[in-house]
Design a protein around this ligand. Structure first.
Ligand SMILES: [Zn+2]
Ligand SMILES: [Zn+2]
Length: 315
């Protein structure tokens, strides 16, 4: 089958063997896959990953238990062992021996087929189109903020970054009742949020007010310092960016302003699917391009261009 593979140096299209279905796995025919900032970081060396890229997908179960076969599904990306202390506590996303689809010791979804544990499958409600369902994984990452931080109605909140995750996090916090200000560099991207009733400002016009809750989703090491400065004393700073290259950080402002820093990664799929079904979050405007998997190398490069939001791949 056709697949977009990263060998540690370059991403290229290969003719890969079809995935082997281990016990407890299902094999999914991939309908659509999304290119994520993490994929771009992986191709710069993040996690030292080699294998088939891709962790955002919607597809149809081709092989697996009878009750799943033929169903339209999305799949959680952390493949937990199911038997350790962390898994027993319901924290399989932190299982120390987990594999992660397209990120850590597991092939991903930029392929005609991908194998995932049946435990990771979620059926897609009929009212949610493939073009929306493919956003479930990054949207779940935005919902993780609500799992970790208590958000009061009317609470001031600044979201830094108008990339995919910033645009989703701003919508999720807005839907949760927070008073959100989204700060970004691209007028076109911010316009999607303004249409949803979210206050937005371009970074170069921002007066640098502070908020009790700040979400850093710039995807850049420089964003951290700006996010610390935007967090009120005793406030909470949620970090969403994973960047391949570390930078020296001055942590003193965190101490001086007694800021709580919350690292935030993958989140729950159920509220994300519900938000797509109810229309509480809109992702349609975030699709910049839809490309064939055979053009996958160019598609990944396109996803890195300024102004581009989500690039979808179609096997
Ligand atoms: Zn991702
Ligand atoms: Zn485990």
């Amino acid at each position: 089958m056709r697949a977009l593979h990263f060998d540690g140096t370059t991403a290229s299209l290969i003719d890969a063997a079809e995935p082997q279905r281990a016990d407890g796995d299902a094999v999914i025919d991939v309908t659509l896959a999304g290119v994520c900032n993490t994929d771009l970081e992986l191709t710069k060396g993040y996690m030292g990953f080699t294998g088939i890229l891709g962790h955002e997908l919607v597809g149809v179960v081709a092989d697996g238990p009878a009750e799943w076969r033929g169903r339209r599904v999305v799949a959680e990306i952390n493949f937990a062992c199911g038997g350790c202390e962390w898994c027993a506590r319901g924290l399989g996303r932190h299982c120390p021996t987990r594999r992660v689809m397209g990120i850590l010791r597991a092939d991903g979804a930029f392929a005609e087929q991908v194998a995932v544990p049946v435990a990771n499958l979620h059926a897609v409600p009929d009212g949610v189109a493939d073009e929306a369902a493919v956003f479930v994984e990054p949207l779940a990452a935005a919902f993780e903020i609500l799992e970790q931080v208590r958000v009061e109605p009317g609470q001031s909140c600044i979201v830094l970054g108008d990339g995919k995750l910033g645009l989703l996090a701003a919508q999720v916090l807005h839907a949760a009742g927070a008073d959100v200000l989204a700060v970004g560099k691209h007028a076109g991207k911010l316009a999607h949020l303004a249409r949803r009733g979210v206050r937005t400002v371009r970074l170069d016009e921002w007066v640098r007010e502070r908020a009790a809750l700040v979400v850093e989703a710039t995807g850049s090491a420089a964003g951290f310092e700006m996010a610390v400065a935007a967090t009120e004393p005793r406030g909470t700073l949620v970090l969403k960016s994973t960047v391949a290259h570390g930078a020296p950080l001055n942590l003193a402002p965190l101490v001086i302003d007694e800021i709580t820093v919350v690292g935030s990664r993958c989140g729950p799929f159920a509220p994300a699917l519900a938000a797509l079904a109810s229309g509480a979050v809109d992702v349609g405007a975030l699709i910049s391009a839809r490309r064939r998997l055979r053009d996958g190398v160019a598609a990944v490069q396109q996803a890195a261009q300024p102004g581009v939001i989500k690039v979808l791949l179609e096997p």
